[in-house]
Design a protein around this ligand. Sequence first.
Ligand code: NDP
Length: 301
Amino acid sequence: MKILLLGKDGQVGWELQRALAVLGDVIALNRHPVPTSFGELSGDLTNLQGLRDTIRLVAPDVIVNAAAYTAVDKAESERDLALKINAQACQVMAEEASRIDAFLVHYSTDYVFSGLGTRAWNETDDVAPVNFYGESKLQGEQGIVASGCKHLIFRTSWVYAARGNNFAKTMLRLAKDKQTLNVIADQVGVPTGAELLADVTVQALQKAQLNPQLCGIYHLAPTGETSWYEYATYIIDFARASGEQLAVAEINPIATTDYPTPAHRPLNSRLDTKKIRAAFSLHLPDWQSGVNRMLMEILNK
Ligand code: NDP
């Protein structure tokens, strides 16, 4: 089996390079062109013709798209770029996947929802993105579904990995220098490890290839829930217990309204994972176990 992986160096892309390797030959690209004996491969999602040509040259059985415009605040002012990467490039992938009957795997976000209420979102809930990043990701999903290609779309939340930039690393960095940290306490969600996303992708892909009825959109996150404030406290307690020297003496819970950002953030990022657990016979671990592993890796313990 031939797999084309886009966005190979992102948090999820990096883990997919590892996890997909057991399924077949992985041609993994980032945004930089790669010359080959059969032509130049381009994984730059702003180069739509280059992307189309690359899919035609590679002729993969599976396309896995881990590339995305993920700068949530900047997306408010870089709308055309966010749309090109998160929506138009997905459209090209979906059209090409349809043409060659390839499978398309893609990742999306709880930001497609309004963030209202406290109930965990399920796959059939109405969408209503709270910011432009969410809107661009929604358009990406819609293009894939409308194309009719065989697809798996995993909506997830609060992604972290030992490699890459994320909230946990930012908190550890700040905690080394600052005495006081103010962290938002009224946004609730589930930290999701890139490792888990990659491992579930492989399992789900294997089953969906045998049974295309399983194609569709799935919510994927570990079990449990937390706020950014509780998550920050957890990270800092863990680091201290592991012997890290931290300057921070006080972590204060604050409201979203006390920390204005260019893009609105949803208060409720909970995702209901019943559908994916039933479809693929999955056991999803609690969020702490993956976070512990990431922290041990970052802290070199
Ligand atoms: P990262 O930001 O870690 O990785 C995104 C990757 O996309 C980077 O390697 C980046 O490359 C690449 N990229 C950006 N622009 C382009 C481009 N024009 N052409 C090619 N590659 C490009 O994201 P994650 O791994 O965390 O996210 C994976 C998926 O999960 C995405 O679909 C994202 O929307 C979704 N998601 C992420 C969440 C999160 O908290 N991070 C939450 C919910 C969903 P470069 O470094 O060169 O810019």
